[in-house]
Design a protein around this ligand. Structure first.
Ligand code: GZL
Length: 325
């Protein structure tokens, strides 16, 4: 089936409804249809990311077909196959895990449809042939920032033996693997630090609560010094459990988190979290700029990382730059 007329109509409506794009959409863009496979709606980060991609498509005037997989890889594979059937111009997708994409991405390649990865990577010996560009964070650097904060904090507080429990993200996902690797590579040589446990909360707030409950039952309130959590949703769940148990978060047990959503940054300012490593969900504009360049036949960069940093209780939190998304 040729491109879906409804999708093009949606673009027109999106362009109008998005309050008239910051930039006048190129009239030719109306004929461009993008298929967007989003992995789910598991966190505030993910919801903000979806909004960013959809708003940017509207501003550029592209037709957009969004399929939300609700955390199921097989639904993403089905979505990509439907985009191929519609003969979209570009496929944009955020792979929930790194492996298992070769067949469907080869089908996209056979159909001459370029694939732009947003937010997460794929792992395959043929990866170089399976996608055109990646727009998203350097998760390894985020893990390093978390480790660098902990070293600074241990120095400042003269901590001698630091027992760390990690609440990790979705297994086999790029942010989980690289946030873990960057953190371990940064603190690994320092004999003060001991990783006592690592359990997955799957980036979900409810599982963050379950993980924190499990860790307190297993190690006791005096058996843990630091929680390193791979996203704010899990951290906020853990924080609720700590406070329900009369434990002062950020004081009795230090909390290091990643994402930078508003609720987490407010908790940092309120002294309930110690460090927030930024991971911006605002990737849509960069993705759609690459789509436009691709359609214009221009070269595009293989990897684009957004600028990110970290905020902590060792910094000036009155700085206006300290804000969440
Ligand atoms: C990171 C993104 C992660 C966020 C989580 O770029 O893939 O997935 O850290 C989200 O909040 O669920």
């Amino acid at each position: 089936m040729r491109k879906c007329a409804m999708a093009v109509l949606a673009a027109v409506l999106m362009g109008i409804l998005s309050g008239c794009a910051a930039k006048p959409a190129d009239p030719e863009n109306r004929a461009v249809v993008v298929g967007f496979s989003q992995l789910g709606a598991e966190s505030s980060w993910r919801i903000a990311n979806t909004k960013s991609v959809e708003a940017a498509a509207g501003q550029y005037g592209f037709g957009l077909m969004t399929e939300n997989a609700n955390q199921k890889q097989e639904k993403q594979i089905d979505a990509i196959r439907s985009f191929i059937a519609y003969q979209v111009d570009v496929i944009v997708f955020s792979p929930i895990v790194e492996t298992g994409w070769d067949n469907v991405l080869n089908e996209a390649k056979q159909a001459n449809i370029p694939v732009i990865l947003v937010d997460r990577m794929i792992a395959s010996e043929n990866a170089d042939d399976l996608y055109t560009a990646y727009v998203g964070a350097d998760f390894y650097a985020e893990g390093c920032r978390a480790g660098e904060y902990l070293i600074r904090k241990a120095d400042a507080e003269r901590m001698e033996h630091v027992r760390i429990a990690e609440i990790s993200g979705t297994p086999d996902s790029t942010p989980m693997r690289d946030r873990q690797r960057g953190f371990l590579d940064t603190i690994g040589e320092d004999g003060r630090f001991e990783i006592i446990d690592s359990i997955s909360g799957d980036f979900l707030r409810s599982k963050g609560e379950e993980c924190m409950t499990f860790l307190l039952e297993k190690y006791g309130r005096d058996g843990i010094d630091v929680i390193y959590s791979h996203n704010d949703s899990m951290t906020l769940g853990a924080l609720d459990i700590l406070e329900k148990n009369g434990i002062q978060p950020a004081k009795d047990i230090l909390l290091i988190t990643v994402d930078g959503e508003r609720e987490a940054v407010e908790a940092l300012k309120a002294g309930r979290i110690n460090c927030v490593v930024q991971c911006t969900p605002e990737l849509g504009d960069e993705v759609m700029r690459l789509v436009q360049d691709l359609k214009a036949g221009r070269e595009i960069p293989r990897v684009t990382h957004p600028k990110e940093g970290a905020f902590s209780d060792l910094d000036d939190l009155t700085d206006p730059a300290v804000e969440g998304f």
